[in-house]
Ligand binder design. Structure first.
Ligand code: 6PG
Length: 463
């Protein structure tokens, strides 16, 4: 193990508990000494990379758990001259999949086997069982399989790890996982805000609502922790959540999935809106300034929004977020020839990872039947979406009337309406493009794919 921060140290403990021997190195030797002091059988702290490598038998397996970015390249540079053909490097960081592709090619030039492995579940997951998403040099999989399956989370006894695919596929899948994670979190946050406004409930009552919802179709890790968070009070009785600054951080993987949605032309609107929502939240000073100048007008309508409406809307929007994420995986796989198996990915996300939850079970079943299927067209989700139509519309109406910004719910209803609209106003956009740029347009009364140009009048002609 190279890198003994919280994640690396916990992975060491997880490996040791499963009977593996672990030699470990960190440039900060205090971190290795701290684990050594726990006196766990099979652990050796190594003072430098040479000592680490000298103690391992070929083919050596190096697990890299350092911050994504430059630190990974630095570690790889340090290892490059010291490794032998056949050795394996597994990058467990949240690396960009294109970096993993570059690193894979560079390693392959020296016959080193590189694996980019997504990992989810945070520090607790690393310690007791994460979801793992390995991809890259497939010849490393038979050698890694036992190790990764042993430490991974399990769902119904099945390990939450499988070989994802070639190139940067492993890290790409983790990136999309995080895009979905952002949308899921944003939707839950918006639901909380709506519940306060519409139901007039205190945080702990809303927490209990989430608790109840966690026993139904919304059952998931994120709903579960939300229930706990909302009921957490400090010693003086005040809610902790009221004392947390409403500025969301982000390390970039959510944005990467949105950028990928542009690259692969997949309208992952909920994912993208959730990244923008974090950016907006971070602009606290600006928000306060503008709010003081012209606060949102709140219209009281007296319409009764119930907890059931919120639950139904949250579930429907969540389906749409997952549907968008899976479409992103399907499309990137087609373009790269990765051969991703969406059902296997859904199965691997059922435990251990941040987005684990009940919804992945029907998603898995639907994708096993047809790996190319868009989830909004899968029977079980189609029915839920049809049933929730009114609820989604109701929460967005409420948000608009009360001046509550609902980027993710707004994106959800807009997306749903768009993908089932028989006609969209894009005909006018085509006309505008042809007007100023002679880009051409297809005619509804003409042959498909044939572009026509209209000889539009000059805009200054007085018409
Ligand atoms: C996981 C998470 C994790 C992520 C952090 C921080 O699956 O365990 O996705 O990998 O890096 O939660 O993410 P942000 O700082 O971008 O919110």
């Amino acid at each position: 193990m190279v890198g003994l921060g919280v994640m690396g140290a916990n992975l060491c403990r997880n490996l040791l508990e499963h009977g593996f021997r672990v030699d470990a190195f960190d440039s900060d030797s205090a971190k290795g000494e701290a684990i050594a002091a726990e006196s766990r059988a099979g652990f050796r702290h190594r003072a430098d990379l040479d000592a680490l490598l000298a103690g391992l038998e070929p083919p050596r397996c190096l697990l890299l758990m350092v911050p994504a970015g430059a630190a990974v390249d630095e570690s790889l540079a340090g290892l490059a001259t010291r490794l032998s053909p056949g050795d394996i490097i597994v990058d467990l960081g949240n690396s960009h999949y294109r970096d993993s592709e570059r690193r894979l090619a560079a390693a392959a030039a020296h016959d080193i086997r590189f694996v980019g492995c997504g990992i989810s579940g945070g520090a607790r997951g690393a310690r007791h069982g994460p979801a793992l998403m390995p991809g890259g040099d497939a010849s490393a999989w038979p050698l890694l399989r036992d190790l990764l399956e042993s430490i991974a989370a399990r769902y119904d006894g099945e390990p939450c790890v499988s070989w994802i695919g070639p190139g940067g596929a492993g890290h790409f899948v983790k990136t999309v996982h995080n895009g979905i994670e952002y949308a899921d979190m944003q939707l839950i946050a918006e639901t909380w805000q709506l519940a306060r406004a519409a139901l007039g409930l205190e945080h702990d009552a809303i927490g209990r609502l989430f608790e109840a919802w966690n026993r139904g179709p919304l059952e998931s890790y994120l709903v579960q922790i939300t229930a706990i968070i909302l009921q957490t009070r400090e010693a003086d009785g005040g809610y902790l959540v009221d004392r947390i600054v409403d500025r969301a951080g982000q390390k970039g993987t959510g944005a990467w999935s949105s950028l990928a949605s542009f690259d692969y032309a997949v309208p992952a609107t909920l994912l993208a809106e959730s990244v923008y929502a974090r950016m907006l939240s971070a602009r606290k000073d600006q928000r306060l300034r503008v709010a003081a100048q012209y606060p949102a007008r709140q219209l009281e309508t007296g319409a009764a929004t119930t907890a059931g409406t919120l639950e139904q809307a949250l579930y429907a929007a969540k389906i749409l977020a997952y549907a968008q994420g899976f479409e992103l995986l399907q499309q990137a796989s087609r373009e790269h020839g990765w051969g991703l198996k969406p059902a296997v990915i859904a199965a691997g996300w059922r435990a251990g990872c941040v987005i684990r939850g009940a919804l992945l079970r029907p998603a898995m079943a639907a994708l096993a039947e047809d790996p190319d299927r868009h989830l909004v067209e899968a029977g079980v989700f189609r029915d839920a979406l049809a049933a929730a139509d009114g609820a989604l519309r109701e929460v967005v109406r409420l948000g608009v009337e009360r001046g509550i910004s609902l980027p993710a719910f707004g994106a959800a209803i807009t997306y749903l309406d768009a993908i089932r609209s028989e006609s969209l106003p894009a005909s006018l956009i085509q006309a505008q493009r042809d007007f100023f740029g002679a880009h051409g347009f297809e005619r509804s009364d003409g042959d498909a794919g044939v572009l026509h140009h209209y000889d539009w009048p000059d805009e200054n002609s007085g018409r």
